[in-house]
Design a protein. Structure first.
Length: 312
């Protein structure tokens, strides 16, 4: 279990870089960094398959297709949505919105299993709603009139990214905890191929193609350095870490580790802007994090007090 927890925390630290990458590589666009990053992820995944240990052998066609779609939509789609969300809504709102994923996953499970009365979730859900409300209202009030529309689009993209994250987390956990679960290294590679295939199809649509050829320019060098790091370290190693966490931990526990991505994302964003959070941002973030922790504790306590069927 310790390995699973450490793997999940590592993934949170790596995936949190998604909240600053599109800003660090400007004037290149979010689509540019997304396409090149995931193209590198795909190339690395295919190259590693020259080693038998990484080849996706023994998987059914359905499982292979699931992995390809999971990588292309759940990973690529999430990063692209969150990239534009950060550019439009800033450093604080997107990670706070996606940080509600642990609770929403638990709620989805509760709808299916009815393991807890809803009244017990009232307090943490109200805290989360209040935290998001404080930050959203403050952001809307402080935004210049001409930027309110961009802010709302950024919030909508953050919600869309959240939905994709939840879908990704649930499907990945179901696959990795099934009796015929694939090996973590091979499953990571299949997702990488899915990302690379989608990136290859989108390659003609990137807007900064000519600028990428100027390898002597500092901006281009910075872009490719970040693309390489995001493709190899954040994408391949981060995805592998999450696959390991999904394999070794119950979904209720692995979902809690998503909070790490929120914390790291907030920290990276504020460090990039070289500022401390404003009072509304700090209050909103604290309310939400407390709400998430309380909700997770309720579900975790329920899991401990209610043994699995067949256990003594």
């Amino acid at each position: 279990m310790l390995i699973g927890i450490l793997a999940g925390l590592m993934t949170g630290a790596l995936w949190g870089l998604a909240f600053i990458a599109p800003r660090v590589v400007e004037p290149f666009t979010a689509l540019d960094i997304s396409v090149i990053r995931y193209l590198i992820f795909g190339i690395v995944s295919v190259a590693l398959m020259a080693i038998p240990l990484f080849r996706p052998t023994g998987m059914s066609r359905r499982m292979l297709l699931t992995g390809l779609v999971l990588g292309a939509v759940g990973t690529f789609g999430y990063f692209l949505a969150i990239s534009y969300a950060v550019l439009l809504a800033g450093a604080v709102l997107p990670p706070l919105i996606t940080g509600t994923a642990p609770v929403l996953l638990a709620i989805a499970a509760n709808f299916r299993e009815r393991s807890l009365p809803w009244r017990r979730l009232a307090v943490p859900l109200c805290l989360i709603a209040a935290g998001l409300g404080v930050v959203n209202v403050a952001s809307l009030q402080e935004a210049p009139s001409g930027e309110v529309g961009n802010l709302l689009v950024g919030v909508a993209l953050s919600v869309f990214a959240l939905v994709m994250w939840i879908a990704y987390g649930m499907v990945n956990a179901v696959v990795m905890r099934a009796p015929d679960a694939p090996d973590a290294l091979r499953w990571t590679g299949v997702q990488g191929v899915g990302c690379g295939a989608l990136a290859l199809m989108l390659l003609p649509f990137i807007s900064s193609g000519p600028a990428m050829l100027d390898l002597a320019a500092p901006a281009t060098q910075n872009f490719f350095l970040w693309a390489l790091m995001m493709g190899v370290v954040t994408s391949w190693l981060g995805t592998y870490g999450w696959v390991v966490a999904s394999e070794r931990l119950p979904m209720a526990l692995s979902a809690q580790l998503i909070v790490a991505e929120t914390v790291f994302g907030l920290g990276y964003g504020l460090a990039f802007e070289q500022r401390l959070p404003s009072v509304p941002e700090a209050v909103g973030a604290l309310l939400q994090l407390v709400g998430v922790v309380v909700a997770v504790a309720i579900f975790a306590r329920r899991r401990i007090l209610t043994p699995e069927p067949g256990t003594p």
